[in-house]
Design a protein around this ligand. Structure first.
Ligand code: OVM
Length: 418
């Protein structure tokens, strides 16, 4: 058989890397890699700024420069083919695509504008006091309990209360938000066993989510109500308002929950770093940036090429998926000094945990606000964290965090003998 024939036959079954692209053979979605992905990310960066992931027959970028290059060129690297491995041009999405995430300009610009206004710092300032009171009360309660699960009792409880209130959700049924979010983020990865099991268990959660996105179920004076008001004003349609409520519920819980959990895990694991924050809470915000850099919550997502192009010296065809590993960019030793060290005193610099470019996280200000308020409330009350058992990781195709953190919050007051 001639070589050309063999190649053509091979291509029908399996796509191979163009000759100049380094191949990586690990599966970024395996439990093994997810248990500690950073050495694998290093292997990927050392192989080159652009690599081929053999298992999923897709490109990937993991260096700080290649990640930002892809994310800042939304004309060449689009979102409308989906930001998961599934290519919406050739395979059906598991749900109706998001009208803000999985869409390109000019449609994206219209929905993004409304969304950004509702989540602007000005609008968030009105929520700050309520958010602070809730954090203080929750943390006082946990100190009294003497032991808690940092995930269930704080990382989950806090956004499920304050963020869901801000969106305008009813109090009952909020437990549906977690399996739904888990599904959303698994769906950005491959349709692996994890994806299938999650989908099989989803049951009534999808219906609950779709139900609470309707205007009649949302409280007045809430983000949800504001989205519908934007529809009354003709900026978006009423159906779009419902889909943007769905975006808030998809993007706003797991992300902040895992970020708060990752912060607790970092502070419990590096007590000397906690002591720095506790003694100078004015650096809480900077500390959260460092948690996001060191243990990025959103690990990776995809873009799709809109035309043949050259990336990092490689010719890519049109309609190619590129995995963008922001968590790897945030550990790139060519960009960060002591990249693998958790240091709350690191000068805040642009990490890409929230992405960058026109699709950079629209909720990043409220996410930072929630995390900062929790850290400051902890700094006011907690001397140190004692780990009472093994932390348990939660495995998800896209977001990284814990399912359990058995902790004791040791009170500052107790130490002083009060
Ligand atoms: C959405 C959505 C879902 C998950 C994440 C996200 C990071 C957006 O439904 O629009 O942004």
């Amino acid at each position: 058989m001639s070589q050309t024939n063999a190649e053509e036959i091979g291509r029908a079954h399996r796509r191979v890397a163009p000759p100049s692209v380094p191949v990586v053979t690990f599966d970024p979605y395996s439990d093994e890699v997810m248990s500690d992905p950073y050495p694998y990310y290093q292997e990927m960066r050392e192989a080159g700024p652009l690599v081929w992931i053999e298992k999923y027959e897709t490109y990937a970028v993991g260096s700080y420069n290649s990640v930002t290059r892809v994310l800042t060129d939304h004309d060449a690297f689009c979102s409308s083919a989906g930001v998961g491995l599934t290519n919406f041009h050739t395979e059906p999405p598991w749900r109706k695509p998001s009208i803000i995430l999985e869409v390109d300009p000019p449609n994206h610009s219209r929905t993004r504008k409304v969304f950004s206004r509702i989540l602007s710092p000005r609008s968030l300032n009105k929520l700050r006091e309520r958010f602070e009171q809730e954090a203080q009360a929750m943390i006082s309660g946990l100190i009294e309990k003497n032991s808690c699960d940092g995930v269930h009792d704080l990382a989950e409880a806090y956004p499920l209360k304050v963020f869901a209130d801000a969106v305008g959700l009813p109090s009952d049924g909020r437990e549906h938000l977690l399996p739904y979010g888990d599904m959303v983020f698994n769906a950005f990865g491959p349709q692996n066993e994890r994806f299938r099991q999650c989908l099989a268990k989803l049951g009534p959660s999808i219906e609950w989510i779709n139900e609470v996105c309707q205007r009649k179920n949302l409280r007045e004076d809430s983000f949800g109500a504001e989205l519908y008001a934007a529809a009354d004003a003709g900026e978006i349609t009423h159906e779009e308002a419902g889909l943007l409520v769905r975006t808030m519920l998809s993007a706003g819980l797991d992300t902040t929950i895992f970020t708060i959990g990752n912060a607790l895990a970092c502070f419990a694991r590096y007590p000397e770093q906690w002591a720095i924050v506790r003694d100078d809470p004015s650096i809480a915000r900077q500390a959260i940036e460092e948690v996001l850099r060191y243990e990025s919550t959103f690990h990776s997502f995809y873009r799709t090429t809109t035309r043949p192009l050259n990336l990092e010296g490689v010719e890519l065809d049109k309609n190619q998926k590129v995995l963008v590993v922001v968590a790897s960019a945030n550990r790139d030793t060519n960009h960060w000094a002591s990249a693998d060290t958790f240091s709350v005193e690191r000068k805040p610099a642009a990490n890409v945990a929230f992405g960058t470019g026109i699709h950079g996280c629209a909720g990043q200000m409220i996410a930072r606000m929630e995390a900062e308020i929790v850290v400051k409330a902890l700094a006011a009350q907690v001397e140190r964290f004692e780990m009472l058992g093994e932390p348990k990781l939660h495995f998800n195709n896209t977001v990284r965090g814990y399912s359990s953190l058995p902790l004791r919050f040791v009170s500052k007051a107790k130490k002083k003998g009060n």
